[in-house]
Design a binder for this molecule. Structure first.
Ligand code: ZN
Length: 233
C-alpha cells in the first residue's frame, strides 16, 4: 500500500521562538519608551534621555535573556525528569505500560483490539517516544530550547528598544517627547501586525491588542513621571 505524501506547514511549530520574540520586542518598545517618557515628563534633557535609553536597552536585554533562559530551562528540566521516570517505568512494568498506552488509544476513539495493536506496534518501534508523545504530551517542537529562547528574546528586546532611541536621535529637543511617542505607537502597530502575520491570525486584532496595552503602559509611566517634574526647579 502506498500513500501520497502531503505536508502542511502548521503555525504551532513557530510558537516557541515567536512567543519569545514578540514578548521581547513588545517589552523593549514599551519599557524603554515608558522610561524615556517618564524621564522626559520630569524635565530631563536629550542627553540624559539617550543615556537612560542605552541603560534601559542593556539592562532589559540582559534580564530578558536571563529570565527566558531560567524559565525555559526549568521547563526542560521537568520534561527530562518526566522522560526519565517514564523510561524507568517502561523497564520495570512493560505490561502495565502497554495497558496504559492501549487505554489512551481507546479513550481517543479506537476499538480495544485496534488500540492494542497500535500500542504493541508503537511500543516495538519506540516505546519511550510513544509514551512521551501520547501520555505526557512532549513532542519534538514543544521540546524546550533555553539558549534559543534567551537569544531571540534579548535580540528582540534590543530591536524594540532601538525604536525610542532612534526617535530621540532623529528629533529636535523641543519635540522629543512627541516623536518618541509616535515612533513607539507606530512600532507597536508594526510589531502587532508582524506577530499576527507569523501566527496566522487577524492583523487588525493583533495590532490593536499590542498597541492598546502598550499605550496604556506608556501613559501610566508618563503620568507617574509628571509627578517628579524638576524642569522648573
Ligand atoms: Zn507510560
Amino acid at each position: 500500500m502506498s500513500y501520497s505524501h502531503h505536508i502542511e506547514n502548521h503555525y504551532i511549530h513557530r510558537a516557541g521562538w515567536l512567543r519569545a520574540s514578540v514578548l521581547g520586542a513588545n517589552d523593549g518598545i514599551i519599557s524603554v519608551t515608558s522610561l524615556v517618557m517618564g524621564m522626559a515628563a520630569s524635565g530631563a534633557n536629550t542627553h540624559t534621555l539617550l543615556i537612560a535609553c542605552i541603560a534601559g536597552l542593556i539592562s532589559g536585554a540582559t534580564s530578558m535573556a536571563a529570565g527566558e533562559y531560567v524559565s525555559v530551562q526549568s521547563q526542560k528540566d521537568i520534561e527530562h525528569a518526566d522522560l526519565k521516570f517514564e523510561a524507568r517505568e517502561l523497564e520495570k512494568n512493560p505490561h502495565l505500560e502497554l495497558d496504559e498506552l492501549t487505554m489512551i488509544y481507546i479513550h481517543r476513539g479506537l476499538t480495544p483490539e485496534l488500540a492494542r495493536e497500535v500500542a504493541i506496534q508503537l511500543t516495538e518501534k519506540d516505546a519511550l517516544q510513544a509514551h512521551a508523545r501520547d501520555e505526557i504530551g512532549i513532542v519534538d517542537h514543544t521540546a524546550a530550547r533555553p539558549i534559543q529562547a534567551a537569544l531571540s528574546s534579548a535580540l528582540a528586546f534590543s530591536l524594540g528598544a532601538l525604536c525610542p532611541m532612534l526617535a530621540i536621535l532623529c528629533s529636535s529637543p523641543a519635540h522629543t517627547e512627541r516623536v518618541v511617542l509616535v515612533a513607539s505607537v507606530v512600532s507597536l502597530v508594526i510589531l502587532g501586525a508582524l506577530s499576527s502575520y507569523f501566527a496566522g491570525t487577524s492583523l487588525w486584532k493583533g495590532s490593536l491588542r499590542i498597541t492598546i496595552w502598550g499605550i496604556l503602559a506608556m501613559a501610566f509611566s508618563s503620568w507617574i513621571g509628571s509627578f517628579f517634574n524638576v524642569a522648573g526647579v
